[in-house]
Design a protein around this ligand. Structure first.
Ligand SMILES: C[S@@+](CC[C@H](N)C(=O)[O-])C[C@H]1O[C@@H](n2cnc3c(N)ncnc32)[C@H](O)[C@@H]1O
Length: 233
């Protein structure tokens, strides 16, 4: 394994709370919530119109691949590919039982030949961007991989005020009890790692890298956003 992939895996394990199997389990259990009716309506409205039999759909940071599994069980026959790097997500992947495949790569700096130019019809990045050290290189590379008119669906957490993050975490508006410094350091690291971008930052990144934004919706009481963009025709 390359040093780059090992460094990324160490980072992801830490970001995911230090225990990969727990993180993978959480991803499996959170699948329905993270691909809920609001998401599915958005996908149907903006991605499905560009899909027909044989279209290529890619899920970037696919985790165990449950969204690809769902697509393989419904709709037209598609060429379904996930990209993932964390070994504990790959261990839970179900691609042997369903009709999709997973490629292992670091999406911070994806190899140009991971996909052929202009070969992807629709792509999903569901809660991937905040885990990247920088998302610009991926967005530029993805622009080349997408067919003209190809669609990107981006879902991610967006910045929220520290006060509402803490109130949400503790379930109360006053913290009278003394807190443990180590636990608080971990909590604040988690806050900064999950609060990287405003939705307007994501929109700026998309426009700077040549995408045309089709729709932008605030979800989860303003804590996340779903964006549809496309490579212009
Ligand atoms: C929050 S999880 C979301 C998983 C899945 N998209 C979902 O919605 O259930 C983000 C995923 O992106 C993967 N990931 C993060 N950074 C990555 C990178 N640089 N290269 C490849 N995969 C990455 C993580 O391992 C993880 O599985």
């Amino acid at each position: 394994m390359s040093d780059q992939l090992q460094t990324l895996r160490d980072y992801l394990t830490r970001h995911h709370g230090g225990d990969g199997s727990v993180a993978a389990q959480r991803t499996l259990e959170g699948h329905a919530r993270n691909h809920d009716d609001l998401f599915r309506r958005f996908w149907a409205e903006h991605a499905e119109p560009v899909l027909s039999r044989g279209s290529r759909v890619v899920d970037l940071g696919c985790g165990p691949g449950l969204f690809l599994r769902d697509l393989s069980l419904s709709g037209p026959e598609l060429d379904l590919v996930g990209v993932e790097a964390a070994p504990y997500m790959l261990e839970q992947a179900c691609e042997d039982d369903y009709d999709f495949s997973i490629r292992v790569a670091d999406l911070n700096d994806p190899p140009a030949d991971l996909f052929e130019a202009e070969s992807i019809d629709a792509v999903l990045a569901n809660r991937l961007l905040h885990e990247l050290h920088q998302p610009l290189v991926l967005l530029q590379q993805l622009h080349d991989w997408l067919k003209p008119g190809g669609v990107l669906i981006l879902v991610d957490m967006v910045r929220q005020p520290l006060g509402s993050f803490l109130t949400h975490k503790f379930g109360q508006d006053r913290l009278d009890e003394k807190q443990d410094a180590k636990a608080m350091a971990a909590l604040f690291e988690d806050y900064f790692e999950h609060n990287r971008y405003h939705d307007y930052d994501l929109l700026a990144l998309l426009s700077l890298t040549g995408y045309e934004v089709l729709a932008d919706e605030s979800i989860r009481s303003g804590r996340a956003v779903q964006i549809a963009a496309r490579r212009p025709l």
